[in-house]
Design a protein around this ligand. Structure first.
Ligand SMILES: C[S@@+](CC[C@H](N)C(=O)[O-])C[C@H]1O[C@@H](n2cnc3c(N)ncnc32)[C@H](O)[C@@H]1O
Length: 208
């Protein structure tokens, strides 16, 4: 979280957008050897849901499933026959996601692909309305290049963790912070319109 706790609580208190019971359960459940800091929180989940409900997409791609929380939030705006494809390379985490998703009304709308997103994305023959990039930071720029021809005109690309715990503005940056900073800079030089939102760890919202 990059904003202070008091301001965060103010935002939470005045946010009126309920999450389904199963989402709360997924957030609060205990998982063995899993760092839950990696997942979207309530606020980010509601943001993803609202973007999806505004866009009313047919196809969504998520790069980095984790335990399925964000996938389920993104599904909330899907068209009746819409589908979400999400990619996860860790087998143990993949199983948690399958289990979490199988208990929800979106189980037939979500396809979780197990494997490295770098190999899977080029094989996808779909044009997506929304793409959520949320896997290994070192490949963010590779993902952006790989999805270039997979996003529809006026499609939305969301990129997570672009403010990296606020470290992005420090003079002395560690390796990952430098990678994310370079990504944000490189993105600005591309032919997209984008805005960085200070939600949770920072989301770069791009319109194609
Ligand atoms: C930050 S978590 C995703 C969080 C989730 N989107 C959410 O908001 O709740 C990143 C996930 O990406 C997965 N991942 C990392 N590199 C990957 C790759 N090259 N291909 C597919 N998944 C990858 C990790 O195993 C991890 O589960």
């Amino acid at each position: 979280m990059i904003i202070n706790k008091k301001l965060y609580n103010y935002i939470i208190n005045l946010t009126n957008d309920k999450e389904y019971k199963y989402l709360k359960k997924i957030r609060n459940k205990k998982y063995n050897n899993i760092n839950k800091k990696n997942m979207s929180d309530f606020l980010q989940g509601r943001f993803l849901s609202i973007i999806s409900r505004i866009k009313n997409p047919k196809y969504i791609l998520e790069i980095g499933t984790f335990i399925g929380y964000s996938s389920l939030c993104l599904c909330e705006g899907l068209k009746k026959k819409g589908k979400l494809i999400t990619i996860e390379k860790n087998k143990k985490i993949f199983k948690y996601a399958i289990n979490n998703i199988s208990n929800t009304k979106y189980k037939n709308k979500i396809k979780i692909l197990l494997g490295n997103a770098l190999n899977i994305i080029p094989k996808l023959n779909i044009k997506f309305d929304i793409i959520f990039i949320d896997a290994d930071k070192k490949n963010y720029i590779n993902y952006l290049n790989l999805i270039k021809n997979k996003i529809k005109k006026k499609g939305i690309i969301l990129v997570d963790n672009v403010l990296w715990k606020g470290l992005i503005i420090k003079n002395k940056k560690d390796k990952i912070t430098k990678i994310i900073n370079n990504f944000n800079i490189e993105l600005k030089n591309k032919n997209y319109n984008n805005i960085i939102l200070p939600i949770r760890d920072g989301i770069n919202l791009i319109i194609n």
